[in-house]
Design a protein. Structure first.
Ligand SMILES: Cc1ncc(COP(=O)(O)O)c(C=O)c1O
Ligand SMILES: N[C@@H](CCCC[NH3+])C(=O)O
Length: 421
């Protein structure tokens, strides 16, 4: 459920007409709905309300400060994967006690920053990382609460490139070594063993693989407790899929919560969730304007003012974001278009053979479900400024990230003296 609906022929975000936003802020443009963000957070927290649970929003999905502050106001924690994300989460008002730190490559300075902040949990992904963390925490005279991320040999996800739980993937420690590493961790200075962590992939629409992985983890937790290793938390990662097209029906948060309760049985643990896409995905759309319609060799291209640098998911994962005209056409006459951008790459294409009502130069189009892994993965290829982001709340709207000027883009570059002298 989201708050991007037509009123008459015009697409709105909550109480704001999208053409007004395009007029005010220009295109391409990301537009986020506060009500949708809050709703998604609320649905998930209500589904887990009978359980001791920390919802650590996965900052990587959409890390805009305004999005983080909105979720912070709802009580969300954060799952961060870099020093930069830790900085953002704290800056947006998410308390350190609700922050977990994931990722395979945490640097010394990132670990130190997280130790200094006093975060809730380090999700450790390797033995060398455990040793490094132990050393750094000991030097500070503190104990780092850790969960080991296990690789359960259960992979899932909407595309091979966003699946993480198989042996071939770089994530987590080996399943068969887990108990030994926990034993080792128990004796390490600077380490407080707190939990087990798992994350098998993203855009998972079927609960079955999650259940399989979770059952393995719960089995492991019981064995660890039998070994007097005090596991008090299970971090289930993120991964819940969302509907990208009308008719998609992914597993719901309540199905997911029921599965978790069922698998946990009488096991008393804090559950940590790291939802990203589920919170932000359908809370954002991406607006672009048609620059040209070009017909050539039997194909019809709608050339947009947005490119793969703004929304990379189609080029990276062949993802199709449903496209809606911002103002519905007066006629039902449809045409087939290749929806492409201005970038000099053949992968700069949002959709091929996409059937829609007739498009014309100047028309606005909206790509739906673009709130997660959209703006955060944008880049300035072809020296196209990273585009603006707007947050809507009822009738209010404001710029939450402005596009840089060309001058700002080049301001961190310099020409060495030997070239010009
Ligand atoms: C460790 C970890 N946690 C959480 C997430 C968020 O995943 P999603 O956006 O699918 O909920 C990811 C990304 O897949 C991840 O790698
Ligand atoms: N970037 C991916 C999701 C990756 C999740 C990272 N843990 C996507 O757009 O679908």
């Amino acid at each position: 459920m989201h708050h991007f609906e037509y009123r008459g022929d015009v697409l709105y975000c909550e109480d704001v007409a999208i053409p007004d936003l395009a007029e005010t802020y220009g295109t391409p443009l990301y537009v986020y709905s506060t009500a949708t963000l809050k709703r998604h957070y609320r649905v998930l927290s209500e589904a887990f309300e009978t359980q001791s649970c920390l919802i650590a929003y996965s900052v990587k999905a959409n890390s805009n400060l305004a999005v983080l502050a909105t979720l912070a106001s709802m009580g969300a924690g954060a799952d961060v994967v870099s020093g930069g994300e830790l900085y953002r989460a704290l800056k947006a008002g998410i308390p350190a006690e609700k922050i977990v730190f994931s990722g395979v490559g945490k640097s010394v300075s990132e670990l130190n920053a997280a130790l200094d902040a006093g975060i809730h949990q380090f999700n450790v992904e390797s033995i060398p990382e455990l040793h490094r963390l132990s050393r750094l925490a000991e030097a500070r005279g503190v104990k780092a609460p850790i969960a080991l991320r296990v690789n359960p040999h259960v992979a899932a996800g909407g595309h091979a490139n966003i699946s993480t739980g198989a042996a071939e993937h770089k994530f987590g420690i080996a399943w068969h070594e887990a108990k030994d590493i926990y034993k080792e961790a128990m004796d390490m200075p600077g380490i407080q063993v707190a939990g087990v962590d798992v994350h098998i992939g993203s855009q998972i629409t079927d609960i079955a693989p999650m259940r399989t992985a979770f059952e393995k983890v719960v089995g492991l937790v019981r064995e660890l407790r039998d070994m007097n290793i005090p596991i008090e938390r299970i971090d289930l990662g993120g991964g819940l899929g969302i509907p990208y097209r009308d008719g998609d029906v992914p597993a719901s948060p309540s199905d997911y919560a029921a599965m978790v309760r069922d698998v946990l049985g009488d096991l008393d643990v804090q559950v940590i969730l790291e939802p990203g896409r589920m919170i932000a995905g359908n809370a954002g759309i991406f607006i672009s304007r048609v620059e040209y319609i070009k017909e050539r060799d039997g194909r019809r291209f709608a050339i947009l003012d947005a490119g793969m640098n703004d929304l990379m998911r189609p080029a990276l994962y062949q993802a199709v974001h449903e496209m809606k005209p911002v103002v519905k056409s007066a006629s039902d006459w449809t045409q087939t278009y290749d929806l492409v951008g201005p970038i000099c790459e053949s992968t700069d294409r949002f959709a091929k053979d996409y059937e829609t009502t007739e498009l014309h130069e100047g028309d606005l189009v909206a790509f739906m479900s673009a709130g997660a892994y959209g703006a955060v993965m944008s880049n300035q290829y072809n020296t196209r400024p990273i585009c603006a982001e707007v947050l809507v709340d009822g009738e209010q709207h404001d710029l939450v990230r402005r596009a840089p000027t060309f001058e700002e883009i080049v301001s961190s570059e310099q020409i060495p003296k030997w070239i010009t002298s």
